[in-house]
Design a protein around this ligand. Structure first.
Ligand SMILES: [Zn+2]
Length: 78
């Protein structure tokens, strides 16, 4: 049981909105802001981002990445 208003991770897309995985070719530092980051994930489908403050991440930078079979958005979690 979970209450949707009790602080669920706002950066995790709801089920059924596209694949998410940790890439093996991520850079050492975030290419958007230049800082180190906590974790990185690639997303290949539509997703929803809730920008309200949360305890898990200070911010998330978004970087489009190409070169694969399908377009992706890379999330750098700080
Ligand atoms: Zn960043």
């Amino acid at each position: 049981m979970s209450d949707p208003s009790d602080g669920d991770d706002p950066t995790v897309p709801p089920a059924g909105t596209g694949a998410c995985h940790e890439p093996g070719d991520s850079p050492d530092d975030c290419p958007v802001c230049g800082d180190g980051y906590h974790s990185v994930t690639d997303h290949t489908g539509g997703l929803m981002v809730n920008l309200e403050p949360n305890e898990r991440f200070d911010r998330v930078c978004f970087q489009p990445v190409g070169g694969g079979d399908e377009p992706k958005i890379r999330f750098f979690h700080h």
